[in-house]
Design a protein around this ligand. Structure first.
Ligand SMILES: [Zn+2]
Length: 445
């Protein structure tokens, strides 16, 4: 799209528009009274909750300062055409994005401040929502606008306590460093809900300068002119400095949101897997439950003191950290729960990495001495092997025709208990790398 005169569009190496004059649709317009001097002087407010929503939803755009994340209502300041919209559907985020990476990145932006970031929608209290998906077409934005995001910031210059930030993920596809850029858009639009306006500093999340140009994005600690980049300065709308003509995103977040309280209470940690059997295949998941009295950061898994993998995206309180292709041998596996104040709770577990014998659990064929990892009907997976008259199965297993080969399958129906009527058919899904097949299991009595 053409940039209006007086504005600077940013394009990537391929000439693709990345952050132009329409990249952020949030109007830089102070709401009268938003900057309450008493409020600024008293930042001791409770922790704010930011709900990151990658699943989309149906939103209503209405006139007036009516934004409410709990009822999916935004105001017309978030609409591309400035008009109300009923039943505007924001689709889920496109599968091309690395959502766990983006969540980690957004959390990093807000780590210094007194916020709690969750992927579970709160059921009570105020929270701001960042919904991430689509192109904005359902809320009146032109498909060709290149719009990256907009904030329904009813209380611009102050905190919109129930605000909704829209980040149009689909319009980020193909942008250089698209995961980083989408993270920057989410942090930027949420920033508008938390008293921030545009500022020109390249590295600041509130500028238009793309991640690929700035190489890093954060809420920076320096005073900067207002505007979208160094060539596009504007008067400031919100009061930060005595002159009123500079802003400072870090300072404003500190004023309006507060810094994250320092606390020394370590997280709780329960390691569910590995359990008592500490002989593991080369690929395995560590599953742990961790909570913190303020805010969790991550669960990390170390082998002999080296961090191998981590997760910042729990399902409820359960973190799953996948390790793969660990060389055979003995290790000290350490699971660490780390909170946002840096307190660590850890468990050391001695483990031996070995190829699985038939019947032992596995994630894939190379985990097994027999090079076959099969799935039971209950979802569990076990190592098995091919067999014939010369290569018999170990005790407890019988050689069974499975598709085009003979495999050792458990005796006694312990694994494949699905049957209907008098039919002894059992469904055993075989994970052989070529998809699942159904087979008829030999009847054992
Ligand atoms: Zn903006």
């Amino acid at each position: 799209m053409a940039a209006p005169a007086g504005h600077t569009a940013h394009v990537d190496a391929n000439g693709v528009l990345i952050r132009g004059p329409e990249s952020c649709g949030t109007r830089q317009e102070a709401r009268p009274g938003a900057e309450d001097a008493a409020f600024i002087a008293n930042p001791a407010t409770p922790v704010r909750t930011i709900y990151l929503n990658k699943n989309g939803g149906t939103y209503t755009i209405k006139s007036g300062n009516v934004t409410d994340a709990s009822t999916n209502i935004a105001s017309t300041i978030a609409a591309g055409d400035g008009s109300p919209h009923a039943n505007a559907v924001i689709p889920p985020i496109d599968a091309v994005f690395n959502w766990p990476y983006i969540v980690t990145c957004v959390k990093k932006h807000y780590k210094p401040y007194n916020v709690s970031i969750t992927e579970t929608e709160p059921t009570s209290g105020n929270y701001v929502e960042a919904v991430v998906g689509g192109t904005g077409s359902s809320t009146g934005w032109s498909a060709s606008s290149g719009i990256l995001g907009v904030a329904s910031a009813d209380n611009f210059c102050g905190v919109t306590e129930k605000g909704i930030a829209f980040s149009f993920a689909t319009n980020h596809i193909g942008i250089t460093n698209q995961d980083d850029e989408l993270c920057a858009t989410i942090a930027h639009e949420v920033g508008h809900l938390l008293a921030l306006e545009h500022e020109v500093a390249d590295a600041d999340t509130m500028s238009y300068v793309p991640f690929a140009t700035a190489h890093a994005k954060s809420f920076t600690t320096v005073d900067a002119h207002c505007g979208t980049d160094s060539q596009t300065q504007t008067n400031c709308m919100c009061q930060t400095t005595a002159s009123g003509q500079m802003t400072n995103s870090d300072k404003r977040l500190t004023q309006y949101i507060g810094v994250r309280p320092v606390e020394t209470t370590p997280p709780t940690l329960n390691v569910d897997s590995p359990g008592d059997d500490n002989t593991l295949p080369p690929s395995f998941n560590v599953v742990a439950e961790a909570t913190d009295d303020t805010a969790m950061d991550q669960v990390a898994v170390l082998l002999n003191g080296t961090t191998m993998a981590s997760s910042t995206s729990p399902a409820g309180n359960t973190y799953t950290v996948a390790l793969s292709k660990i060389p055979l041998g003995s290790y000290t596996l350490e699971v660490q729960a780390i909170d946002l104040s840096g307190n660590i709770t850890k468990r050391d577990i001695p483990v031996t990495i070995a190829l699985g014998a038939t019947g032992e659990s596995c994630l894939n064929g190379p985990d097994c001495s027999g090079n076959v990892c099969a799935s039971n009907v209950d979802g569990s997976q076990f190592c098995t092997q091919t067999c014939d008259d010369a290569n018999t199965c170990p005790g407890g297993f019988a050689c069974t025709v499975v598709g085009a080969q003979n495999l050792c399958t458990p005796d006694g129906g312990g694994c494949c208990a699905v049957s209907t009527g008098g039919d002894s058919r059992a469904a055993m899904l075989l994970a052989l790398g070529v998809g699942a097949v159904l087979f008829r299991r030999r009847r054992h009595r």
